[in-house]
Design a binder for this molecule. Structure first.
Ligand code: FE2
Length: 281
């Protein structure tokens, strides 16, 4: 591992209002340019001030053609959908939801006892042959996510394999890696990223040196495609980030609201189904 991936782009997350007035930090969003293929969107929910008023959450909305990955660190998200599924994504839990041909769902964040909400939602694309597949959930309880620590580096593996340890999320088209990585001060970590896979790191705490560049939280980093591994180290501060990587589908995309399809016609069909009440039936 002598060729670390360089930072291609550093993105400062922007405050965005979504759902029924939920304030969040958004670093990437679906665009025709599809620069982060197979990843589409990354949102960070962080409410630390109870004076922000009642949480209104994300009332019933449709999804098609994508997967949504919700990871909570503090507080929880109550969800229910048009198919009759419901549950609570608690602290440390992950919900990997493949919307496929369609679901309508509601996502309602709830504060922890100390009043905080802290979590993330990633959207992963589906390849064209799976966009109209049956909706599917992988609900992962915090206790089933493998966590290990080595030389000051603590890793929770949600999807993918690290040092022979595999995360519980399986059978995802993008062969994704999704990990929560925490480096203590004065630590170093090298991790192989498969050739051709796109890799992003969302640094949400502390300061790290990624391929010789110092980066302070909060930033989304997109890595170049050249190189065979990721190299991160810390000096005086700790660093904690979500590392995601996956195989690009290299297909054209047409995003529209909560839908991401391959053609405008498929978006028009989706809107027709919504109007006629046949969506997610
Ligand atoms: Fe949603």
């Amino acid at each position: 591992m002598n060729n670390p991936r360089k930072i291609y782009q550093t993105i400062e997350p922007q405050t965005t209002i979504e759902g029924a007035g939920v304030r969040l930090l958004r670093s990437i969003a679906p665009k025709v340019s599809n620069l982060f293929d197979p990843f589409l969107l990354f949102d960070h929910f962080a409410f630390n001030n109870p004076l922000e008023g009642p949480l209104r959450g994300f009332p019933m909305h449709p999804h098609r053609g994508i997967e949504t990955v919700t990871y909570m660190l503090e507080g929880s998200t109550a969800h229910r959908d048009s198919l009759g599924n419901q549950g609570l994504i608690g602290p440390g839990d992950v919900q990997w939801m493949s919307a496929g041909r369609g679901i309508l769902h509601e996502e309602m964040p709830r504060r922890s006892e100390s009043g905080n909400i802290y979590g993330f939602q990633l959207w992963v694309n589906l390849p064209s042959h799976l966009k109209m597949s049956e909706p599917r959930y992988q609900e992962v309880n915090a206790s089933t996510i493998p966590t290990f620590e080595k030389n000051g580096v603590k890793i929770r593996v949600v999807a993918g394999t690290v040092d022979g340890v595999s995360g519980p999320v399986e059978d995802i088209a993008a062969s994704p890696l999704y990990m929560d990585v925490e480096l203590a001060p004065a630590s170093e970590w090298r991790f192989p990223i498969p050739n051709g896979h796109n890799a992003l790191a969302y640094l949400f705490h502390g300061e790290g040196i990624f391929a010789d560049e110092i980066v302070s939280a909060v930033r989304m980093l997109q890595f170049s495609n050249q190189g065979n591994h990721l190299h991160v180290k810390t000096e005086n501060n700790a660093a904690r980030f979500i590392l995601i990587a996956g195989a690009p589908f290299k297909e054209p995309i047409v995003p529209y609201g909560h839908f991401v399809m391959n053609t405008i016609e498929e978006i028009q069909d989706t809107l027709r189904e919504l109007r006629s009440g046949t969506f997610a039936q």
